[in-house]
Ligand binder design. Structure first.
Ligand SMILES: NC(=O)c1ccc[n+]([C@@H]2O[C@H](COP(=O)([O-])OP(=O)(O)OC[C@H]3O[C@@H](n4cnc5c(N)ncnc54)[C@H](OP(=O)(O)O)[C@@H]3O)[C@@H](O)[C@H]2O)c1
Length: 252
């Protein structure tokens, strides 16, 4: 399959594990060079780099906290120096405090908002300063918790709602400047992130049982939608949040 993205250059934040890793490898399958951002664990990021190179694309491993503007600036400087430009920005890295709303502190809220929602703005601003070969594409990874109430998910859900709103505003402002901005909102995926859920087993079982498509979502399912949004086949999709959940969220 030729998606006409060969030779493009992408930054995927939080690409060392889970959904970000699947996005990075999927882009590399189509010969897109990928800068792999991580923050804490270098080993898994380097393993993703090896797998990208084995697919015949270039890889760049960059440690940076997306919630720290100085780190973000440095990350884009390094990409500029190494590759000269960038076409795709995939804002996937996320963290967050999972607790009942009554136990959340302002520190928990700021921590979650900074990484999951506010980081998108400096990422996009620095992205705009880099040269590109044709259209630029931004895809942010969101979750159903932006629009649904999920136990222990108040902080993350609110951060994802803010993220999706920012996607719409950025899309509107940047569409005329050759930049397309969208989000992919995923249902439950069994990644490391789920290990922090106090009710992980229950959540997975309930999701499997209620999903019309009859199985749990995989990181690859989410990556497929992200790759599609990067292509010219999605050229008139602007400011949308595409839901990938096997039909879970359409049920009453
Ligand atoms: N799993 C789900 O059920 C699910 C559902 C819907 C949406 N999502 C969304 O999908 C995305 C990926 O989730 P996941 O489940 O794949 O997560 P994950 O397995 O926990 O991986 C998180 C990734 O983000 C990186 N990261 C965390 N904080 C960072 C920071 N401050 N700066 C830079 N990188 C950072 C981690 O690297 P280090 O460990 O090295 O820091 C890791 O590569 C997130 O946006 C999440 O909200 C997940």
């Amino acid at each position: 399959m030729d998606l006409r993205i060969r030779g493009k250059r992408a930054l995927v934040t939080g690409a060392s594990r889970g959904i970000g890793r699947a996005i990075a490898l999927s882009l590399a399958d189509f010969k897109v060079d990928v800068a792999i951002n991580f923050f804490r664990q270098r080993g898994p990021a380097e393993e993703v780099a090896r797998q990208i190179e084995a697919r015949g694309a270039r890889a760049l491993v960059i440690k940076a906290n997306v919630a720290d503007e100085r780190h973000v600036t440095r990350m884009f400087e390094e990409i500029h120096q190494q590759w000269g430009g960038l076409e795709f920005l995939i804002s996937n890295a996320a963290s967050g405090v999972l607790k009942p709303a009554t136990q959340l502190t302002m520190h928990h809220l700021h921590w979650t908002m900074d990484i999951n929602a506010l980081a998108l703005l400096p990422l996009v601003q620095r992205f705009l300063t880099l040269p590109s070969n044709g259209e630029k594409v931004v895809v942010a990874v969101s979750s159903l918790g932006a629009v649904r109430a999920i136990p222990n998910y108040t902080a993350v859900g609110a951060s994802k709602a803010a993220l999706e709103s920012m996607v719409r505003h950025l899309a509107c402002e940047l569409a005329g400047k050759g930049v397309r901005v969208n989000a992919v909102s995923a249902g439950t995926v069994d990644t490391d992130a789920l290990k922090h859920f106090p009710n992980r087993e229950e959540l997975l079982e309930e999701t499997r049982r209620r999903t019309p498509a009859g199985r749990l979502l995989t990181p690859q399912d989410v990556a497929n939608a992200v790759v599609f949004l990067c292509t010219e086949f999605a050229s008139m999709i602007h400011g949308q949040t595409i839901v990938v959940d096997g039909g879970y969220s359409i049920l009453a």
